[in-house]
Design a protein. Structure first.
Length: 107
């Protein structure tokens, strides 16, 4: 009889530990942000108000276009392949042939 009680208490203890670990792994919920989006709040509980969306399957509108003067700008209202790649901020800008010639004259 004692053995059955000890085994019963051991099973109850194991189930309590497993239940507490499982419930702590799912803290937080998805909430509607009011702008049509869905955000995860790890400090809130209750039912999910929304589900996060996957990556969009439609590519974003717009492309980078050559301005004809060696520059590159983004046109959000155009589509198609990019005509150029914008330089990184702080990157050295290429000098024109006229600028290179002017710097040689000063030597």
């Amino acid at each position: 009889m004692t053995r059955k009680v000890i085994v019963g208490l051991w099973v109850i203890l194991c189930l309590a530990v497993v239940g507490s670990v499982a419930s702590s792994a799912f803290e937080g919920r998805w909430k509607d942000d009011g702008n049509g989006g869905c955000v995860f709040d790890p400090n809130d509980d209750g039912f999910d108000q929304c589900s996060p969306t996957t990556a969009p399957t439609i590519p974003p509108a717009g492309r980078f276009k050559d301005d004809g003067n060696g520059g590159c700008f983004f046109d959000p209202n155009d589509d198609g392949p990019n005509q150029c790649t914008p330089s990184a901020p702080g990157a050295a800008k290429p000098t024109s042939p006229a600028a290179a010639t002017a710097s040689r004259r000063g030597r």
